[in-house]
Design a protein around this ligand. Sequence first.
Ligand code: Z5A
Ligand code: MG
Length: 257
Amino acid sequence: MTHACCFSVSKALNFATAAGRLSISFTYKLKFPFKFSSRKIHMENNLSSDSRGALIVLEGLDRCGKTTQSSRLLSYLEELGHTVESWRFPDRTTNVGQMISSYLANKSHLDDHTIHLLFSANRWEKRSLMESKLKSGTTLIIDRYSYSGVAFSSAKGLNMEWCKAPEIGLLAPDLVLYLDISPENAAERGGYGEERYEKLEFQKKVAQSYKTLRDASWKIIDATLPIEDVEKQVRETVLNCVEACVKGKPLSELWLS
Ligand code: Z5A
Ligand code: MG
């Protein structure tokens, strides 16, 4: 049993490392010919500028309302006639996701670097499906993504640049909605459960990491407002983004700049 578990972890890590290597070599390929031929990049990258679905990510502390707003946004976009799906990370349905779930539930113990790479592998195993869904016109609403990966692991003290490295080459969101709430306010919502990170002191560190990570493109929404008011702001922001993707905004990748 122990051997089987180690084997799975090692397979997942090989996968994450290989994915990281691939994305790094891809980065070099992408940057180098850029000076000579943007058309070649377009072909190598295989990310066309045709009409497509939007990649919308919701981020924020535990209990900020991500899942509530994801499901409301899903219904709203469906009512408008869009093809849309709601995803979440970690995706606990895969083998890697089950290892993560066991770790979060304190049923297994892993080195901080190891669990970081597993979270990343869990995104890599969905990357090609994500790309094909978007290209076929499906908008994806994602409840937590790479930013959670970097924010939580760096809150433990891991180097932020090291944390970003295995995420390089994953698809970049078209929109990041950050549901902003203080750790104290979030803790008042129903209380924390049994999972590993559901502790006020740790959530304070995560909030700091998110502050370092965020950039001007993020839409910061006051998550302490009533659910309907948060929803209204989410809707307004998302429509412009979906429209831009329908018009052919090119897909891009994380963290190439
Ligand atoms: N993690 C990681 O370390 N690395 C990674 O790469 C990834 C994740 C992807 C899994 O989290 C853990 O994995 C997470 C980060 C780590 N650990 N933590 N913390 P998860 O996604 O399974 O769980 P979560 O998102 O952290 O918690 P949550 O409970 O699902 O929170 P939420 O989705 O943001 O909130 P909610 O369920 O929509 O709402 C919570 C409650 O607040 C609920 O009773 C609502 O009715 C209420 N609520 C929501 N909005 C409002 C407003 N506006 N006012 C009042 N009350 C509200
Ligand atoms: Mg949730």
